[in-house]
Design a protein around this ligand. Sequence first.
Ligand SMILES: [Zn+2]
Ligand SMILES: [Zn+2]
Length: 398
Amino acid sequence: MSSHAILQTARAAHETMRQARRTLHRNPELSFQEYETSAFIQKRLTELGIPFRVMANTGVVAHIGSGDRCVALRADIDALPIQEESGVEYSSTKQGVMHACGHDAHTAMLLGAAQILKERESAEGASSLGGVIKLIFQPGEEMSPGGASIMIREGVLENPRPEAIFGQHVNPDAPCGTAAFVAGTMMAATDELYWTIRGKSGHAAQPHKATDPVLAAAHLITQVQTLISRRLNPFESGVMSICTIHGGHATNVIPDVVEMSGTLRSMNLEWREAALQTLQDHTRILGASPLYGGGSAELRIERGYPPLVNNTETTSFARNAAENLIGVANVEDFEPKMWGEDFAYYTHEIPGTFWMLGIRPPHLDFTPGLHNSKFILDENALPIGAALLVNAALKRLA
Ligand SMILES: [Zn+2]
Ligand SMILES: [Zn+2]
């Protein structure tokens, strides 16, 4: 199937994808609660005559084609706890829940890919695809521990084991009609940090008789930034942000306890481990310092996703395939981001590539970003995204 034919077939499926995306957009569901979404996907696959199984409660895995080889395509299906303010006529009907990360479009595009692949299989036989194409509709991307890790544990990458996996994410920073790729590390490891700094309450005018956790917290906030400036190779990336701090209730009382939380984002697994250990050690030492009167401090770490690392070979392959499909001028370099994305889990199991799909309406200079209550996307990107998926899978198996 030529790139041109794939694009034509995807354009013919545009309206079906648009309707699917709008249905999903009206009915967003939070991470790991995607029951109606899962039912919608299963119904559509049944209509298309594609066999599937349910995994991780609300996830769906479908298989098309036959043969020894296998390639996987993945879409995430969950929405966010955001009250929609986009103003589109197909806005969310659920209070406080919105598809503000474009996972409705990801799902619609993978369903579109399923339709195109099934039509080809029906017309030319199961072996015409060159192998098995595994379609992964994955729940819970937006919530730790990430649906990807659960599906992998439940065996989504076995029987058959894909030789490569491809996925995509809508990108409001790039115009519709484009796609962007980066080889190597694309997104960060994300770890959540929760500090508890304990002191001893006392009169504000007699700090020497108290143990002040507020001052210790203030010093901790500035000192831990040293991790980035002095413990990270300047040629590597990392960032730490402390984003909440709570303590005290009166102007003249030194409180007993201060709580803070934040996030560490890192690109390198080895440095990540060392950094978390350093943070833990420093927190303990600082909290117990006699300078503050000998309190205590502890850091609880909730590990997030590993870094998303695009395989060099599958990425140059997918990029070439995309250039054939939409033209060299429409394929761009993507600048890595310190975002987290649970597609990362697949990339640590098998070679894989995650690309960004431009969705900004071309006549606009700016559209609200991902996770914004006013997020919108140009639905003309739907056939392009579906075609990119089909094209990558078929070319890989050819
Ligand atoms: Zn998101
Ligand atoms: Zn997302």
